[in-house]
Write a protein that binds this ligand. Sequence first.
Ligand code: FAD
Length: 380
Amino acid sequence: MKKETEILILGAGASGLMLASLLERDNYLILDNNPKVGSKILVSGGGKCNITNGNLKPKNYLAEQRFVRNVLKRFDNYDLLEWLGERGLKLVVRKNHQYFCKNSAKELVSLFEKEINSKKILLNQKIKEVKKIDRGFEVVTSRGSIFSKKVVVATGGLSFPKLGATSIGYDIAKTFGHKVSTISSALVGFTLQPEEFFFKELSGISTEVKITIGDRVIDGSLLFAHKGISGPAVLNASLYWKKGKITIDFIPSVNLEAIKSSKKNISRVLELPNRVAKAFLEKLEVEDRACRELTRDEWKKIETLKSYSFAPAGTFGFSKAEVTKGGVVLDEVDSSNMMSKKVDNLYFIGEVLDVTGELGGYNFQWAFSSAYVCAKGFRR
Ligand SMILES: Cc1cc2nc3c(=O)[nH]c(=O)nc-3n(C[C@H](O)[C@H](O)[C@H](O)COP(=O)(O)OP(=O)(O)OC[C@H]3O[C@@H](n4cnc5c(N)ncnc54)[C@H](O)[C@@H]3O)c2cc1C
C-alpha cells in the first residue's frame, strides 16, 4: 500500500518529537533509523538531560543572532518549562542555571511518547533520499517510499554516529540548492601535541580554569582526560576553536604578588590539585620549596601558568562531540516558520541548521524552540 501523509517529519530526536507533540491533527508521520525514539535525549546530561537554561540569550549561540532571537522569542526557556510542567515533568535546577530531569531523561522521552500517536512513529527506517514530485515529496527509505506534501528535516548533526547520526539532513539541503556551512565537531575535548602529553598522566583530575580563545574568555572546569583535555570550559572553548592556539589560566584565583613572600611551599598555594601542581612544577623545572625562596626566573616560569598557551592537536572528533558546528545556512530559511526560502513545504529544524549552542541546555532549547515555530507555521 502506498504510504502517504500531509507532514513527514524526518528524525525522531529532540526537535522532531517536539514538533510531532505540538501538531494538533493526526496528519503526520515521524520516522527514524533507530529502534526507539529520542536516542540522544536518553544519554544526554549523564542520563538526566539538561533540557534548558534559566539564562537564555541569543549570544549563547554561535549563529546569526537575529534569526536565533526571532525563534527564541516565540518559545523561550520559560515557555518550555511551562509546557513541560503542564505535562507533569519534574525538573531540578543545578549549577549555572541548568535545568535537568529530576529522575531520568526517560521521563522526557515518555512525555513525548504520550503526546504522539504511536501509530504515527515509524522506526528502523533509514532515509536515503528526498525527491520533489508534483504533489510534494517522495522520501526514499530503507523500507520503501513515503509520499508527503510537507517534509520537515529534523535529522540533527553528525555527532554520535552510534546513536544514528548521519549526514542526510545536509545532503537533502544540498539536493535542494541550500548552502551548508563548514561542518565540524563541537562541545568536544581537545587532543594534544607532544609538549602537552604530560597532561594525560593527570587523567581524571579536574581543576578550575579560565580559557581565552580569540576574544572569548571562558570560565569553568577543565578535566584532564586519557585522550587530552575535556570538561565544561574546554567543551565551550571548542565552539570557537578554528585550529591555532588557546590560552589557559590554570590559576585564575591566585594573585602571584600576594604569595611571593609566603613561607608555604609553592605547590600548596597555587590552588591546584596537588598532582597537577607537582606536574606543572616538574615541567617548568621549578623545585617545590617555600615561595619566598624562589628566584625571579622561577617566578617568571610560574607566571606562565596564568597564560599557558598552546595549540591543541585536534578534537576528540564526532564520535565524542555533543554537537555539530555549522549546518544549513540560515539566510535561506524563514525564521517565521522554518520553511526553506528555496523550496516550498520543505522545512529545517534543530541541529541541522547552522546554530550551535553553548553547553548548558542550549542545544535542546534550540531544538524545541525551532520545532515550536515550525508547528505554529503549519497552522497559518
Ligand atoms: C552525548 C550527548 C549529550 C548531550 N547532552 C546535551 C544536554 O544535556 N543538553 C543539550 O542541550 N544538548 C545536549 N546534547 C545535544 C543535543 O542532543 C542535540 O543538540 C539535539 O538532540 C539536537 O536535536 P535534533 O532533533 O536536531 O537532532 P537529534 O536529536 O540528533 O535527532 C535526529 C534524529 O534523526 C535520526 N536520523 C539521522 N539520520 C537519519 C537517517 N538517515 N534516517 C533516519 N533517521 C535519521 C537520528 O537517529 C536521530 O534520532 C547532547 C548530545 C550528545 C551526543
